[in-house]
Write a protein that binds this ligand. Structure first.
Ligand code: C2O
Ligand code: CU
Length: 486
């Protein structure tokens, strides 16, 4: 239990001077600003390659990761709302890849989905992504090609679009959270996308990191206000974060502002791919130390990050600065006149029981024979009865462009699923028939087993958009489809 066992590398990367930490902790930031034309363009280079990273503490060996610009997570890419981003992607992997800008409302051709919006970027090839940052918020990027392995090996990073006038804070931190599945010898567990994971809750890791390291003392000062941007980059793990005595304010979900409200003892639940912005007033005593704990599995809580207070407070009481975020330019759906659609999810372990409970007919599939046959073909999860494995499938849902739509999502399975739609943000308006309190704008909605959720939006971005579970093993075993907005 001596501090000397903490690797000096991660200590250095997290405990810096206040100035060095002002923008973001531990994450490399790159980017060359350029003036040209009306909107300023931010230019970045992203290079995907195999590398090594000390993910586990020494004496474990470095992990052989796949990463952008030599680190997992990759660089924090930033722009201010209204600016353009131009990202030159170079693929130095031994297989094809793409970069998808998760949650960003952008033109279809820039969405980075292999085969659907572009040809896969082959080894040695480049692709330039360019789009306007129309929404401020916390987004992220990752491949959309064999994601269950490419993302899991470390290909992901934060994309932050700053508000023109952000609310005042003392500091901003970005935490990209992930879990890794490692063997006893401390190497990558190479059992990607196996039937067991795919038919259950996906690939859960056994070592959790924040910004690529598991030894994460974060130095704070009493009564400072931190805006914390959280990104769940894990393939399958749902985090339920407990901020140990602090009372965070939730100000944004999936990049979109939400009416600021205290979590009041409730954990912050983030399914895979989801983001949250919270305001943390560091109300602990100078010199004390506390921990952020994941309690998703109550029998197995674990520490995600340590918060270590400096001996001298920053001020005597937390600030009372306003924390509302300016709204993004989202079109409000008209619920009364909206066109209605239903999407049913079935499959996975205990498929028959779950479907019966939800009154959904899945034929003989839950009863053994049919299901086993499907599973042998890698078809485990179904969206409106289809386990989609094609790269460029026929759309299963057509949404009239420019119209309001309400989509009822029925989780007739025994598992959680974070369901993600590309190219749009939607309001989550009801859960199990009850109106939601905050009508959150999201791009991924986490559904509990047997839950019914209604989402609403104006389909204002034309194209064939991916719609899938962001548990990446579920996506790869059928839980995806294409929504055509036209
Ligand atoms: Cu985060 Cu379809 O992606
Ligand atoms: Cu799923």
């Amino acid at each position: 239990m001596s501090d000397s066992h903490q690797p000096s590398l991660s200590r250095r990367s997290f405990i810096g001077s206040a100035a060095a930490m002002a923008a973001s902790a531990a994450l490399p930031e790159t980017g060359v600003a350029q003036n040209g034309g009306a909107a300023r363009t931010r230019q970045y280079n992203l290079r995907a390659a195999v590398g090594e990273q000390q993910v586990l503490p020494r004496p474990a060996k470095p992990l052989s990761v796949w990463s952008y610009n030599g680190s997992a997570p990759g660089p924090v890419l930033r722009a201010t709302q209204g600016e353009r981003l131009r990202i030159a992607f170079e693929n130095a992997l031994k297989e094809s890849s793409t970069v998808h800008w998760h949650g960003v409302r952008l033109p279809h051709a820039m969405d980075g989905v292999a085969y659907l919006t572009q040809s896969p970027v082959k080894p040695g090839e480049k692709f330039v992504y360019e789009f306007e940052a129309i929404d401020a918020g916390t987004f992220w990027y990752h491949p959309h090609q064999r994601s269950y392995e490419q993302v899991d090996r470390g290909l992901y990073g934060a994309l932050i679009i700053n508000e023109k006038n952000p609310p005042r804070v003392d500091r901003e931190l970005v935490w990209v959270i992930d879990d890794w599945r490692v063997t006893r010898e401390g190497a990558f567990s190479e059992d990607f996308n196996n039937l067991m994971d795919a038919s259950h809750g996906g690939r859960l890791g056994n070592y959790v990191t924040v910004n690529g390291s598991g030894e994460t003392p974060v130095k704070v000062r009493s009564n400072e206000r931190i805006r914390l941007r959280l990104i769940n980059a894990a393939n399958a793990r749902i985090f339920s974060l407990d901020f140990a005595g602090l009372s965070p304010w939730l100000i944004a979900l999936d990049g979109q502002p939400v009416k600021p409200h205290r979590l009041d003892g409730e954990p912050l639940v983030l399914g895979p791919s989801m983001r949250a912005d919270i305001m943390l007033d560091m109300t602990g005593k100078p010199g004390s130390r506390t921990a952020v704990i994941d309690r998703n599995n109550p029998r197995n809580p674990f520490r995600v990050a340590d918060l270590v207070y400096d001996a001298s407070p920053l001020r005597d009481a937390p600030p009372d600065w306003p924390m509302d975020l300016p709204p993004n330019p989202l079109q409000e759906p008209d619920i009364a006149s909206a066109q209605r659609h239903t999407v049913q999810f079935t499959g996975g372990m205990m498929a028959g029981m779950a479907a019966r409970r939800m009154g959904v007919d899945i034929g003989g599939m839950g009863m053994g024979g049919g299901m086993m046959g499907m599973m042998r073909q890698g078809k485990i999860w179904f969206v409106n009865g289809v386990a989609e494995l094609a790269h460029n499938p026929q759309p299963f849902l057509n949404l009239a462009l420019g119209k309001s739509h309400v989509i009822e999502l029925v989780n007739a399975t025994a598992w959680h699923h974070p369901i993600h739609l590309h190219g749009h943000s939607f309001r989550v308006i009801t859960r199990n028939g009850k109106p939601t309190r905050f009508r959150e704008w999201q791009d991924s909605v986490l559904m509990a087993p047997l839950e019914r959720v209604e989402i609403a939006m104006i389909a204002d971005n034309p194209g064939k958009w991916m719609f899938h579970c962001h548990i990446l093993e579920h996506q790869a075993s059928g839980m995806m489809g294409v929504v055509n907005v036209a």
